[in-house]
Design a protein around this ligand. Structure first.
Ligand code: ADP
Ligand code: GLC
Length: 477
């Protein structure tokens, strides 16, 4: 397809280079998805320790002499088809630890580290580089929030900007005293622009200055305008409702493909899934359950409702179910999960850690995936569940509301149900949803129908990529 335009995407994570959550999956998937729509996209990322070594044949395309205590050099390369730009600034990014923290907690200079990323993004978008001039700057989450702001405060640029919220819980807070340090205009320090409850928020800066705001599901877009979900930002987002839209994430259907698993299966040939289920029980020393084998693959945090599991799992186990948890995060929740494993040997297994390969085996072999989130901008694991006939049991929030069709009597009668939803996110409703799961599973014909529906539900990028393309088209028209 002919190139319609170019987008500079700026983010702190991108698969396959660096990932702490779904943000990385989405940022890494967008370039290929948009290429099909005629939009070229390059992704600007910090060159965290060891990242440069992962890309062969890097070439220098930009130099920024004065980047908060040192020089920044941008190298262009490609990894697994993703065109990336690495901002190399060792004084900011060459550290042992994660992208946001080391052994001692959050890096204290995170405001400068991500202001630097945003600063370079805005400059490169404005000037163009190596013969490549973007029409759109697309910023993801608080880490890139200052990018649309620097672009806007720098005067007319002819470059459109998009701010995407993947999670409003992380807001990029900084003390008001940082205004000058962060190269932000003093006259913009008021509630209509940069000021946020007496301080600064890079996310707010992006939300008030970008031409368009998107988030990762239509329901979350509506939720963000309400106090229960907006986390302080609801008013300013509601005030810009005319430029807000929700575009669902997709999943990479080549990576997440039951046909491509070691024990392949498909809607038409489900035998492989039964084999994978047995293998999973064996791998974890579980007795093969008479009821559903459920999984959780998640960050173990308050957002994900993991604390509800100890309240609902005993009854689920008593009614024949089994559970495997893969995740890491909050030490108290990790402990609670280990406690469940000790209490129910042979019925509950817990793996603390991050393991991509294991997550594929879990989705292949399990009957259901549990996602009891308190809020969920989009969520990816319920979509992996759909694709693998691993029936999602999800809280009725955000993207979980938009991607699963609840097995209500009407939906079952119409033959369209793909999973079980519950509301509110508490142990009573979650317990009831698990009871429904057990009942569905006990009816093999009905169960097979729900699995088939789930596996037929489209979870790829096509529709969403077209929506992003339309958004970019609108900015350049
Ligand atoms: P969030 O970004 O809020 O963590 P998402 O559902 O959007 O939630 O994305 C999480 C991503 O991380 C998914 O690709 C999921 O499979 C993956 N993931 C989370 N925890 C683990 C883990 N312990 N091992 C392997 N993959 C994990
Ligand atoms: C965030 C959200 C998650 C979403 C992901 C990618 O991490 O918590 O719901 O799927 O971003 O957009």
């Amino acid at each position: 397809m002919a190139v319609k335009g170019r987008v500079l995407s700026v983010a702190s994570e991108c698969v396959p280079l660096i990932k702490t959550g779904g943000l990385a999956d989405v940022v890494g998937a967008l370039p290929a998805a948009l290429r099909v729509q005629g939009w070229e996209m390059q992704v600007l990322l910090p060159a965290y320790r060891r990242l440069r070594g992962l890309l062969p044949g890097l070439r220098e395309v930009w130099r920024e002499p004065n980047l908060w205590g040192g020089e920044g050099v941008v190298f262009q390369g490609e990894v697994e088809g993703v065109p990336v730009l690495l901002l190399d600034a060792p004084h900011l990014y060459d550290r042992e630890g994660g992208p946001y923290n080391g052994a001692g907690g959050d890096w204290p200079d995170n405001p400068q580290r991500f202001a630097a990323l945003s600063w370079v993004a805005a400059r490169m978008a404005r000037e163009g580089f190596a013969g490549w001039k973007p029409q759109v700057l697309h910023a993801h989450d608080w880490q890139a929030g200052y990018a649309p702001a620097y672009l806007a405060y720098g005067g007319p640029s002819g470059v459109g900007s998009v701010m995407t919220v993947h999670n409003i819980a992380f807001q990029g807070w900084a003390d008001a005293g940082m205004l000058g340090v962060l190269r932000l205009p003093r006259e913009a320090f008021h509630p209509g622009q940069l000021e946020y409850y007496g301080g600064l928020s890079s996310l707010k800066a992006g939300l008030v200055t970008a031409d368009r705001i998107t988030t990762v599901s239509p329901t979350y877009a509506a939720e963000l305008m309400r106090p229960e979900f907006g986390m302080g930002m609801q008013g300013l987002i509601a005030a810009r409702a005319g430029v807000v839209s929700g575009i669902l994430n997709g999943v990479d259907t080549e990576v997440w493909s039951p046909e491509a698993e070691p024990v392949p299966f498909s809607v038409k040939a489900m035998k492989g899934k039964a084999t994978a289920r047995l293998a999973l029980c064996e791998e974890f020393g579980l007795s093969v359950p008479t009821g559903p084998l459920a999984i959780v693959v998640s960050r173990l945090t308050d957002q994900k409702g993991i604390d509800l599991l100890p309240q609902v799992v005993p009854e689920f186990i008593a009614s024949g179910g089994a559970l495997v948890v893969l995740g890491s995060g909050d030490p108290a929740l990790e402990g609670a999960m280990r406690g469940l494993e000790q209490r129910f040997p042979g019925r509950v297994a817990v793996r603390i850690g991050y393991d991509e390969g294991l997550s594929h085996r879990l989705f292949s072999g399990a009957d259901a995936v549990l996602v009891p989130s308190r809020f969920e901008p989009c969520g990816l694991t319920q979509m992996y569940g759909l694709r693998y006939g691993t029936v999602p049991v999800v809280a009725l929030v955000g993207g979980l509301a938009d991607t699963v069709i609840h097995a209500s009597p009407a939906a079952l009668a119409a033959g369209v149900a793909t999973g079980v939803q519950f509301h509110p996110t508490d142990a009573v409703a979650f317990g009831q949803a698990l009871r429904q799961l057990v009942a569905l599973y006990a009816d093999p014909k009905l169960w097979a129908r729900v699995q088939r529906n789930a596996m037929g539900h489209p979870v790829g990028w096509e529709t969403s990529a077209a929506a992003y393309a339309a958004l970019y088209d609108g900015l350049t028209a």
